[in-house]
Design a binder for this molecule. Structure first.
Ligand SMILES: [Zn+2]
Length: 233
């Protein structure tokens, strides 16, 4: 069942499910949807009161997930256009050639292409970003893992995907999924997202212990998080 409450000037939409459980559970998912699980014998009025009491926390969780949501302006894939790679701006230069090669060189993103149409350039560039991401993200993971030695986490399996709603996620089974778009952000910001997900392998939810660990491993995490929003916003 869909419901909503008003909290300050904000509206919180949530789904409500009754379950055989002892206490009320509230989950904010990465897509910012809110799920409320209530004990089967609870009164709806009481459920609403409890959700409202948690309003501030819910909005904070939503803001957290929203900050992981990239918004890149549409690209036309023509020479002269600016594209990002590792936090730096590169000017795209499309050059007709007999081979397909991409090179980032002195502020230029050189795309040698057998087909110079925007669609073909887009595909070629996408593949290049993906190849770079596979190499760089894996290198970073190897650099960061020793910082978690104490927690004895196995090297997670890394997957990369283009996502519109978040920068990264992880499963308790030890898989980390990163947004391909991260390859456009500075290394520090990629590290921040990776550290955030690695911390989740130690502490599943955003508890104080989670944030303490994150700050201990990356003291200037706020700076890199902000940079992420600025770069891809
Ligand atoms: Zn998180």
């Amino acid at each position: 069942m869909r419901h909503q409450i008003h909290f300050g000037s904000k509206q919180i939409d949530f789904t409500l499910e009754y379950q055989d459980r002892k206490s009320l559970g509230i989950k904010v998912r990465p897509d910012s949807s809110v799920q409320v699980l209530a004990p089967s014998d609870s009164m709806e009025k009481e459920v609403f009161r409890k959700v409202r009491a948690k309003g501030y926390w819910i909005l904070k969780q939503i803001a957290h997930f929203d900050s992981f949501r990239p918004a890149t302006p549409p690209r036309r894939y023509i020479s002269g256009e600016t594209h990002l790679y590792l936090g730096r701006q590169y000017k795209l230069k499309v050059i007709a050639d007999t081979e397909n090669i991409v090179k980032a060189y002195r502020g230029q993103l050189l795309v040698y292409a057998t087909d110079t149409s925007p669609k073909a350039v887009e595909i070629q560039l996408h593949q290049w970003y993906r190849q770079r991401a596979l190499i760089i993200f894996d290198e970073l993971l190897d650099e960061l893992l020793p910082k978690f030695r104490k927690y004895k986490i196995a090297k997670p399996i890394l997957s990369i995907r283009s996502m519109t709603k978040r920068w990264g996620s992880c499963t308790p089974g030890g898989k980390i999924l990163l947004n391909l778009e991260l390859i456009k952000a500075p290394k520090g910001s990629i590290e921040y997202v990776m550290i955030h997900e690695l911390c989740h392998l130690v502490y599943h939810s955003h508890t104080k212990a989670f944030f303490d660990l994150q700050t201990r491993i990356l003291p200037d995490c706020k700076k890199w998080k902000d940079r992420l929003e600025y770069i891809l916003a």
